[in-house]
Design a protein around this ligand. Structure first.
Ligand code: HEC
Length: 122
C-alpha cells in the first residue's frame, strides 16, 4: 500500500514538473494585434530594411513557427542563449531556420543588427 502511495506521489511530481517545463519552453501565442504590429515593423536603416523585407519578414513577420519580430515572449527565452549562439544559428541554420535566413548577401554584422532589431520589443 505504501509503495503504491509513494509511486502515485512520484508520478504526480513528475507530471507537474513536465507541465512546468512545457509552459516554460512554449511562449504564449501572439494576439492578432501583435501579429499586425510585427508585420509593420522595419529596421530603421533602409539597406537593412530591404534585406529584412526580402529575407526575414516572410517567416518572422507572420504567425508561425518562427519567433515573431518585436514579440518579447518569443525572444526572451532565446536571448538567454547569448548573442554568439543566436548569430551562429542565424548564419548556419537551426531547425526550421534556414542558413542566413535565405539572405545570401547578409554579413555577420547585418545578421547581428537584424537579430537585435527582431528580438527587441518595439
Ligand atoms: C523560411 C523561414 C525563415 C526565414 C526566411 C528566416 N527565419 Fe529565422 N527562424 C525561422 C524558424 C522556423 C525559427 C525557429 C527555429 C527553432 O527554434 O526551432 C527561426 C529562428 C530564428 C532565430 C532564433 C534562433 C535561436 O537559436 O533561437 C534567429 C536569430 C533568426 N531566426 C534570425 C533570422 C534572420 C536574421 C532572418 C533573415 C535574415 C531569418 N531568421 C529568416 C524561420 C525563418
Amino acid at each position: 500500500m505504501r509503495a503504491i502511495q509513494l509511486s502515485l506521489i512520484l508520478l504526480t511530481c513528475g507530471l507537474i514538473s513536465l507541465l512546468l517545463a512545457c509552459t516554460e519552453a512554449t511562449p504564449r501565442a501572439p494576439t492578432d494585434a501583435e501579429v499586425l504590429q510585427a508585420e509593420a515593423l522595419r529596421p530603421a536603416k533602409p539597406q537593412l530594411a530591404a534585406k529584412y523585407e526580402r529575407s526575414c519578414l516572410g517567416c518572422h513577420g507572420i504567425r508561425g513557427a518562427a519567433p515573431l519580430t518585436g514579440f518579447a515572449p518569443a525572444w526572451v527565452p532565446r536571448l538567454t542563449k547569448g548573442p554568439e549562439v543566436l548569430l551562429a544559428h542565424a548564419r548556419d541554420g537551426f531547425n526550421g531556420m534556414p542558413a542566413k535566413g535565405l539572405c545570401s548577401d547578409c554579413t555577420d554584422d547585418d545578421l547581428r543588427d537584424l537579430i537585435q532589431f527582431m528580438s527587441l520589443s518595439q
